[in-house]
Write a protein that binds this ligand. Structure first.
Ligand code: ADP
Ligand code: MG
Length: 328
């Protein structure tokens, strides 16, 4: 049973809200405005290395939540912070709070509550070992009621777009495990920045209101996350591999690694969205106004299935899977 089957089997029930389990945000109407609510947890040893920089961690813990708000087109309003800390390390806490509030302030998103506990010590081989640092954030944003967007609204014939570039965060991980050769210091630090300090596409998400028919943020890998749009919109898609935007650093890697990083690598936090071909100019203008590049990478199809084509039109292997906490 994988992560998504587990959620579908045990935690998915009918709801009268606009969106809930199975979307980036729950969408709850409250008068003219719809509240978008999302929660994401980061766990030491699972989502970040134990030696991760505390300031970057503060940034990332909030960024991954703001990224879900961006997918829904919501403007961040406030957030709640829950921590299980192995110990009260003031140097660590000061740096974590600095990273957290720098991003919160940049988006006018206020911290309004949370919970703080001590992670229990574990005994391993008769020795006391610190329990895992766990950071959980719930973020709340607002969208005008008429502008809500989920993963489910794509239509056959819509263009498929992605913001920025994909694959650099995965390239940083591949480098760490010795798989990526020839990354110079500048490339490596750019890729590590993508992994450690992702930029949530909040402004783009807002400017795509009324243009994008469906959206998801790429947290688990481009094809896996596209799969969620296909499933919820009940469509297929055809993706043009050469069009998938990659950094120069990634383009210098062997094709197989490029594909794995760009198509299946997680942690990009770009927006993957669909929009009718009739609004191409408006989509490009929205992206320009948000200061983010967007690239058309394919088309939504009425027939089910996901096809990825290479430059010659040949079908590429798409057996890559997105990140699955129970799948490997
Ligand atoms: P995202 O990557 O956008 O944060 P996830 O992949 O973490 O989304 O989760 C997929 C969907 O399942 C989301 O809608 C999330 O809210 C929901 N979900 C995950 N875990 C649970 C759970 N334990 N109970 C209910 N819903 C859950
Ligand atoms: Mg998401």
């Amino acid at each position: 049973m994988n992560e998504f089957e587990l959620i579908a089997r045990y935690f998915t029930r009918p709801t009268r809200e606009r969106a809930g389990v199975g979307d980036d945000c729950a969408l709850i109407d409250a008068g003219d405005v719809t509240l978008a609510i999302t929660t994401d947890m980061l766990l030491a040893g699972r989502h970040f290395f134990a030696d991760a920089d505390a300031e970057a961690l503060g940034h990332k813990a909030l960024a991954v939540n703001l990224s879900d708000l961006a997918a829904a087109g919501a403007a961040p309003r406030c957030f709640f912070l829950s921590l299980a800390l192995p110990r009260a390390d003031e140097i660590w806490l000061a740096a974590f709070a600095r990273g957290l509030f720098a991003l919160a302030d940049a988006h006018g998103c206020a911290l309004l509550g949370g919970d703080t506990t001590r992670a229990p010590q574990l005994r391993v081989d008769e020795r006391a070992v610190d329990g895992a640092l766990t950071i959980s954030i719930t973020a709340i944003g607002e969208v005008p009621r008429a502008a809500v967007r989920t993963r489910a609204g794509a239509r056959a014939g819509d263009d498929l777009w992605v913001s920025g570039t994909v694959g650099d965060a995965a390239l940083a991980l591949a480098h760490r495990s010795g798989e990526a050769a020839g990354l110079d210091a500048a490339d490596l630090s750019a890729c590590r920045a993508r992994l450690e300090r992702p930029a949530p596409r909040v402004e783009l998400g807002i400017r795509l209101r009324g243009l994008a028919t469906a959206a998801i943020d790429v947290s688990d890998g481009l094809l896996g996350d596209l799969g969620h749009i296909l499933e919820r919109s009940q469509l297929g898609a055809c993706v043009d591999w050469p069009a998938v935007p990659r950094s120069d650093a990634l383009r210098r890697q062997p094709q197989a690694l490029q594909r794995r990083c760009a198509l299946a690598g997680g942690d990009d936090y770009e927006l993957l969205f669909t929009a009718p071909a009739s609004v191409r100019t408006e989509v490009l203008a929205a992206a320009a106004a948000a200061g983010v590049a967007v690239t058309r990478i394919g088309t939504m199809t009425a027939h089910a299935g996901l096809e990825v084509l290479d430059a010659g039109g040949a079908l590429l292997d798409t057996t890559y899977r997105g990140y699955d906490h129970f799948g490997r």
